[in-house]
Design a binder for this molecule. Structure first.
Ligand SMILES: CC(C)(COP(=O)(O)OP(=O)(O)OC[C@H]1O[C@@H](n2cnc3c(N)ncnc32)[C@H](O)[C@@H]1OP(=O)(O)O)[C@@H](O)C(=O)NCCC(=O)NCCS
Length: 177
């Protein structure tokens, strides 16, 4: 019989939490709620030169045309703190990604990929045919994310982000149907 102490595969699930903290399990993807607005505003401010206010984010989350997903980190205390989020606005058979933002401490772990893939799956289920977005041509991580998810460039807006210290915007499209 396997020794329960030395064989991790034999440990009951309830023993695992103490062993995977602080790395923790992967964040859970969930629908955002109005109560998340302060945490989303904090993440957004850490990601962009011009952050969106709590009120702006609360209005977006409440908008029925907006799909708002949040990646939540489980804590040993039972809380589910947001570590990233994605917003997308639907208009008929098309949709626009408004933002994808991940807290700096949680980047490079697949959180944005998981959020955006979930968003695209939802849009596909709602028969949305094409998804558009604008991204700074110099935003290497975002371009890697979107290209991997089959977005391709369909236009360019020169100097679009010049006011916020960025450069040209690339207009990208992903065909779902
Ligand atoms: C862009 C952003 C959302 C990516 O989030 P993330 O959770 O770190 O992304 P992932 O871990 O899912 O990785 C997505 C892709 O980006 C690549 N990537 C992540 N960080 C990178 C970096 N610093 N440099 C280069 N590529 C990077 C990953 O390798 C991955 O590509 P792959 O699948 O081909 O390997 C995050 O950097 C961010 O919040 N940036 C600020 C806000 C922003 O620019 N949002 C996008 C424009 S709206």
């Amino acid at each position: 019989m396997a020794n329960l102490w030395w064989d991790p595969s034999a440990w009951p699930m309830s023993w695992w939490p103490m062993s995977w903290w602080p790395a923790g399990p992967p964040p859970l993807i969930d629908a955002a709620a109005a109560a998340d607005a302060p945490a989303l505003a904090e993440i957004h401010a850490a990601c962009f030169a011009r952050g969106w206010s709590e009120a702006e984010l609360e209005a977006l989350v409440a908008d029925p045309a907006v799909d708002a997903l949040v990646a939540r980190r489980a804590s040993p205390f039972g809380t589910r703190r947001p570590v990233g989020f994605a917003l997308c606005r639907r208009a008929g058979e098309e949709a626009e990604v408004l933002t994808v933002a991940v807290s700096p401490h949680w980047r490079g772990r697949g959180v944005a990929t998981e959020l955006t893939e979930t968003l695209l799956r939802r849009l596909y289920a709602e028969r949305v045919a094409a998804v558009f977005l604008e991204v700074d041509a110099g935003n290497v991580p975002a371009l890697a994310l979107y290209r991997r998810l089959r977005f391709h460039q369909v236009g360019e807006r020169r100097g679009y982000y010049a006011g916020s210290g960025g450069g040209h915007a690339l207009v990208m499209r992903c065909d779902l149907l």
